[in-house]
Design a protein around this ligand. Structure first.
Ligand code: URA
Length: 248
């Protein structure tokens, strides 16, 4: 935790004294909210904006995190639960998660302080592929899977076509293991899709985002993305975005 004016000065934007003036003038936002009090403390992951522009100055960093179970994808939690940021104590940049995985979901999560990159990855028209391993309670039939693949209505909007493959069945415990490949990321989408056809998701693991997977990492560990990986993710998302524009 550090004082807001100190964080602004540390980014190289201006001196601490001038940062105090900016705060008093109501020109500084933290996580979207105007902060005009000088004692305000910011923590790692908080988004600081001056005149509605993200503070530049910090190096842009990109991490791949193997999200474990039992932590939430936000920067703080009023219930005091562990957050993904707690795993990045050694990282000084104000990173945040690109999108969300549920408390009990594991697997690939990108973390960055680059707002433009995060927006591009999350933008619905980028259609970045996400692959999940799913275990559901019950034995599901081909026809139901086909309905899910074609797209179903969730809260009034139709899901985009997706691919689902059954990878195993446990007849004794009556569970089915599947792989699902989605090109969108609505809130709790996988769970809602299966719930809508009467199946509860017991386990959810994100195997891949684009071409990025957690091979070589264990739950709770992270690594920096290679510059080429960041470049290729950007290119992939931009190409898909362009393709979608032309299709419309
Ligand atoms: N879909 C879900 O339901 N939960 C996740 O965490 C990710 C995708």
């Amino acid at each position: 935790m550090e004082r807001l004016q100190k964080a602004i000065a540390a980014s190289g934007y201006t001196s601490r004294r001038k940062a105090e003036d900016l705060i008093r003038q109501g020109r500084v936002k933290v996580n979207g909210e105007v902060i005009s009090e000088l004692g305000f403390k910011v923590k790692k992951g908080d988004l600081i904006m001056v005149d509605d522009k993200m503070l530049e100055g910090e190096n842009k960093v990109y991490y791949l995190f193997y999200k474990p179970k039992g932590c939430i994808c936000s920067l703080s939690d009023e219930l005091g639960r562990e957050t993904v940021i707690d795993y990045f104590e050694d990282v000084k940049e104000r990173i945040y998660p690109v999108g969300r995985l549920d408390y009990d979901t594991t697997g690939v999560l990108l973390m960055t302080n680059d707002g433009e990159f995060a927006n591009l990855m999350m933008h619905p028209s980028s259609h970045l592929e996400k692959v999940y391993e799913v275990t559901i309670d019950g034995l599901i039939n081909g026809e139901t899977l086909h309905r899910l693949e074609k797209g179903i209505y969730l809260e009034g909007a139709k899901t985009l076509p997706c691919k689902i493959k059954v990878t195993g069945k446990d007849m004794e415990h009556k569970t089915t293991m599947l792989m699902i490949k989605l090109v969108e990321g609505k809130n709790r989408q996988v769970k809602k899709m299966f719930e809508s056809v009467g199946f509860r998701v017991k386990r959810l693991h994100r195997v891949q985002v684009g071409f990025i997977n957690v091979k070589g990492l264990t739950p709770g560990k992270y690594r920096l993305l290679k510059p080429q990986e960041v470049k290729d993710l950007r290119t992939l998302a931009l190409e898909k975005k362009e393709l979608n524009k032309r299709r419309k």
